[in-house]
Design a protein around this ligand. Sequence first.
Ligand code: SAM
Length: 241
Amino acid sequence: MTGGSHAYGESSYWDSRYRQDPGPFDWYQKYANLAPLLDRYIRRSHRLLLVGCGNSALGEGMVDDGYQDVVNIDISSVVVEAMQEKYKDKPALKYIKMDVRDMNYFGSGSFDAVIDKGTLDSLMCGHNAQSNATKMLGEVGRVLKDKGVYILITYGDPTYRLHLLRELSLWTISLHVIDRMERTSEKKCWELTDPLPLNEDGSSVTNLLGPNPEVHYIYVCTKDDSLRPQKIVKQGKEQNC
Ligand SMILES: C[S@@+](CC[C@H](N)C(=O)[O-])C[C@H]1O[C@@H](n2cnc3c(N)ncnc32)[C@H](O)[C@@H]1O
């Protein structure tokens, strides 16, 4: 995904894509590559939500590696029905058709971690990108427990993603990078589990990586309720400060 097609934001696009190509297919990275990073931030007993799961084998990889409660959602009924059928004998793996912008079905603070591989990127390619991304991130923040983590795996460098993530004042952010599977150059490889130094505008990372780095970015956003703007009740009115 390179940010070009508006169709990535439409459920009709994904329905027809999954009808034509049942997969499995993993965008950007496979479970085996990501496992050391996931192991650093989440426990096997945690309740996990994979948003915009598609027909990726990530959930299957996690359950086979001992994760016990992996809930997957996607806006495409075609892929969700196919995945429900495929994994009907794996009770730790659940699939529900749901729009990530409206996860009302889940109560607030339901999950220890939300994992997003390519789904915020899809919304950012569609119409009303900014408003859809803000709705999605608000919902992700709501369904996470305090100190829960939103793990965003994306092609978006800090210039494009940091501002959006920080807008909500919901979390503290660490940034990791992982070499692209299809990388062509012999340039430096990056240590996945070490976060990179991250300054306010992310230029510390872009300077370190240099031009056109062949990496995917992994933003680990730890929800921190103490960062939320305090609400003060003044003369019967609620005010944000
Ligand atoms: C780029 S694919 C990534 C699929 C999978 N996560 C992976 O890594 O291979 C984006 C996925 O997001 C889903 N999607 C797009 N908009 C969505 C929305 N509003 N709510 C839930 N899922 C959505 C699409 O159906 C598609 O499966």
